[in-house]
Write a protein that binds this ligand. Structure first.
Ligand SMILES: Cc1cc2nc3c(=O)[nH]c(=O)nc-3n(C[C@H](O)[C@H](O)[C@H](O)COP(=O)(O)OP(=O)(O)OC[C@H]3O[C@@H](n4cnc5c(N)ncnc54)[C@H](O)[C@@H]3O)c2cc1C
Length: 443
């Protein structure tokens, strides 16, 4: 960065999949001339968007039983944008992968719920099947060996279901670099310390210098809320960082096997996933552990946690409300125990056997330094968790995004929304025909 404070139309803070998707959208589909992306780590998408740290699932809403039909169809549309992106831009077919996927119901109650769900969801999902015990014996034999209880699954056996989100983010950045009408500056290994409003624009202070920008989008994970609050916005929210850990097992599953969610614990049900980065292993998880840090394995982010958790009446009321529910209390305790080295495998085995009844302790291995953090927002005024993505848009040319799951799947959908906010403020043109052809029409 030069000393003369370079100027940009838009500066994006955070080079995860959200920031990279926005860089791609702005550079390809608008007539903006100068865009900067600032990432503090030396690589793109090295944190929560890295395949090591998330479940690598393209969420389509078909096997996620915590989604209503409305939410499922919205997620399906977001996922389709990513599929269309890959069809247009992924020459080497390395971004998306086809594996069978299903959600498994165990016991009469879950089976009845899945049969009901099938009636409502199958008209909207091509290829969705109700898989009875005999089908499961053929498709996923490990689910059936040693199984006593009634089971049924909702499955889609031949569709894109796994994504290397880091590679997708890298692809967004390389596509952005090829847009010659727009100059993009990618600043890796550069940490933003402060953002100040200056007149109609912003001054972005980094450890490598200062830049000016007409618009700023902060997609810095849980740190987005910290930046917002430092500027006087978003005090209606607190952040609850929920870490997820995983366990490795040998490749006993052929595809993704989800389990039915407990309504009171919408992100709690574990699943089994082939690991795109470790081909000889299947991953089970994630667990859900509230951790007092904004980035996993980064104790230096503990002080930042206390700034955005802000123990006030709203937070205490929300936490008190959660802990009153015995399912939530027990679940939180269990997840603390899942992290204790001597006992964690034994405890996790019990949950894992819901998926693979004959799984043995010696087949289960804690996946060290695998799993990121989901920045779950607490809505303090209403004393409840705000599940899913949160956006703070004060309307003055800056946006702050917090994107827990399925934020990686929804990256283009979310970037599309931000692009429209930017375009309205800066008065730039959007090439709708090109977006429709490339992202909104199946390739
Ligand atoms: C256990 C787990 C499983 C998940 N599974 C799935 C899944 O299967 N499918 C799915 O769709 N989603 C999944 N998610 C969610 C998904 O990982 C996130 O929604 C997504 O990665 C968020 O991307 P992001 O770019 O917003 O944030 P991040 O990937 O966290 O990127 C934020 C970036 O901001 C940078 N940054 C922070 N502070 C600064 C600063 N001061 N200056 C400059 N840069 C900064 C960070 O270094 C980081 O690179 C999962 C998440 C977890 C934790």
């Amino acid at each position: 960065m030069t000393t003369s404070n370079p100027s940009f139309d838009v500066t994006i803070i955070g080079g995860g999949i959200s920031g990279s998707a926005l860089l791609f959208m702005l550079s390809r589909y608008t007539d903006l001339k100068r865009i900067a992306l600032i990432e503090k780590l030396p690589h793109i998408a090295a944190l929560n968007s890295h395949g090591r740290n998330n479940s690598q699932t393209l969420h389509c809403g078909d096997i996620e039983t915590n989604y209503t039909l409305e939410k499922a169809l919205q997620v399906q549309g977001s996922a389709q944008m990513l599929v269309n992106y890959a069809a247009h831009f992924d020459r080497s077919n390395e971004l998306l992968h086809k594996y069978p996927k299903m959600v498994l119901g165990v016991g009469p109650q879950e089976c009845a719920a899945l049969r009901e769900r099938f009636k409502i969801f199958s008209p909207h999902y091509n290829g969705m099947q109700l898989l009875e015990a005999a089908d499961l014996e053929r498709e996923e034999p490990a689910l059936m060996r040693g199984r006593q209880e009634e089971v049924v699954a909702l499955g889609v056996l031949n569709d894109y279901s796994a994504v290397n989100f880091q590679k997708v983010a890298e692809s967004f950045v390389s596509q952005a670099r090829t847009q010659h009408a727009c100059e993009t500056e990618i600043m890796l290994g550069t940490s933003v310390s402060r953002i100040e409003q200056r007149g109609d624009g912003f001054r972005v202070n980094t450890d490598k210098g200062v830049l000016n920008s007409r618009f700023v989008v902060v997609s810095a994970g849980a740190h987005s809320l910290l930046f917002a609050q430092k500027m006087g916005y978003g005090h209606e929210y607190a952040c609850l960082p929920v870490a997820g850990s995983f366990y490795y097992i040998p490749n006993l599953l052929r595809g993704k096997v989800y389990t039915v969610q407990n309504d009171k614990l919408p992100f709690a049900a574990i699943h089994g996933d082939p690991d795109l980065l470790v081909p000889d292993k299947t991953r089970l998880g994630p667990t859900a552990l509230v951790l007092p840090m904004l980035e996993r394995y980064q104790p230096s982010t503990i002080p930042d946690f206390f700034k955005v958790f802000s123990f006030d009446k709203g937070v205490l009321k929300t936490m008190g409300g959660l802990l009153k529910v015995s399912d939530v209390r027990n679940y939180m305790l269990k997840n603390i125990l899942f992290e204790i080295p001597v006992i964690r495998r034994r405890l996790f085995l019990k949950d894992a056997r819901k998926i693979i009844p004959e799984l043995q302790l010696d087949q289960l291995e804690f996946a060290k330094r695998v799993g990121g953090i989901r920045p779950v927002m607490i809505d303090k005024a209403n004393a409840k968790l705000h599940l899913g993505e949160a956006k703070i848009n004060p309307g003055n040319g800056i946006i702050f995004n917090m994107t827990p799951s399925p934020g990686a799947t929804s990256c283009l959908f979310n970037a599309d929304k931000d692009m429209r906010i930017v375009a309205e403020r800066l008065g730039c043109q959007i090439d709708e025909a090109r977006i429709n052809e490339e992202l909104k029409t199946a390739g």
